[in-house]
Design a protein around this ligand. Sequence first.
Ligand SMILES: NC(=O)c1ccc[n+]([C@@H]2O[C@H](COP(=O)([O-])OP(=O)(O)OC[C@H]3O[C@@H](n4cnc5c(N)ncnc54)[C@H](OP(=O)(O)O)[C@@H]3O)[C@@H](O)[C@H]2O)c1
Length: 427
Amino acid sequence: MRVALLGGGTVGAEVARILLANSADLAARVGEPLELAGVAVRDRKRDRPGIPADLITDDPEALVNRPDSDVVVELIGGIEPARSLILSAMSHGSSIVTANKALLASHGAELNEAADRARVDLFYEASVAGGVPLLLPLRQSLGGDRIRRVLGIVNGTTNYILTKMGEEGMGYEEALSRAQALGFAEADPTADVEGFDAAAKAAIIATLAFHTRVTIDDVHREGITGITAADMSAARRMGFVVKLLAVAELTDDEAGLVVRVHPAMVPHSHPLASVRDAFNAVFIEAEAAGEVMFYGAGAGGQPTASAVLGDIVSAARNRTTGSRPGWTRPYAGLEIRPISMVRTRYTLILDVLDRPGVLASVAGSFATHDVSIQTVRQDQRDGGAVLVIRTHLARESDLAATVENLRELDCVEQVVGVMRVEGEEGS
Ligand SMILES: NC(=O)c1ccc[n+]([C@@H]2O[C@H](COP(=O)([O-])OP(=O)(O)OC[C@H]3O[C@@H](n4cnc5c(N)ncnc54)[C@H](OP(=O)(O)O)[C@@H]3O)[C@@H](O)[C@H]2O)c1
């Protein structure tokens, strides 16, 4: 079994190292030796310890076009040339393993159809939660169940930042700088902090969990840059933590699907609340299995290489035995609905004047838009009061209208924070 590696960076170098170091075990598991046929990189001159120099090439097309590659492993990232290289490898009959979330979330349908036509495997376990096994359990172990909802912490950078803000009282900028200093965040953190990375992963999860084609463009996305110390301290006082969640769920009529990424308050009692620092976890609510959670390292060379190696073993084993697992087809074709259809609980923080009648005016705004209040807490502040209001389940569109109305009230000086609450009983 010849394995061609496209990319020898953070993940690719670890995959090459493990392939070479564990060759005897891998051969026994696959049923045939796995031979590293080559490693394509951009800069051939760079020192790459552990990878034999004669395996390095800067010509990925030539590596992919070799007729004797059984498994092509794409670890370059981005859309092009990764997409063309994968399609070309498939047309030569190679099975594909990739960790490329951006590509899967935008061109997943094209790649799956091409794999189907070429009758080769396409595996991408590492694309969602690094070293955490998730996609294979979704495709196979839970393949006979009906999934109702998936809640995921799938971006380690933002989880690290939010953990530092929540536990150590850091501001957003300070927590981001700490994450950058420790290598948990890129110099340009936009893809992580604005939720693009999590949205790509949400699209991949939703496609597999709900048997419906979902792309990153279908995902409602909000990042964490607007989260304030006030949001954090209100959450803490009420027994919640703030997490950036990727949520995919059936609508009440079960004919639609809403996929969203946004910060949310999660109660301490929920298993996702204990997922700290750069860790990832995905919590699944299935009809028969009930609640299932997958937890672990969502990124990093070694954990991600573990998931890639698992896919290589599966793909190589399928070739030695002549079998294929079959595809998760998007047969359900659920309608992708807008976030305005979703019903969630909310917490609002308002700076208000400290005078009689304020509570009545504020409560009136909620009632006018059919949003029912669960609790109200009032604290003093210099020159006024702070109201922390929790709602019962409310539609996103009704809540938005309420907030608009509150902003127009004379007694409301500022709407300081509005955050969804997820993971509570009944929500
Ligand atoms: N890093 C993680 O923790 C992680 C986690 C989950 C998923 N992933 C995914 O895994 C993939 C790889 O990530 P990474 O962190 O390993 O990236 P990386 O460190 O930037 O490595 C990219 C590799 O691709 C090579 N490359 C780039 N453009 C090329 C081209 N046109 N032709 C040939 N080679 C090219 C680079 O060559 P040079 O070495 O010469 O620059 C480098 O070896 C991405 O899709 C990423 O989203 C990464």
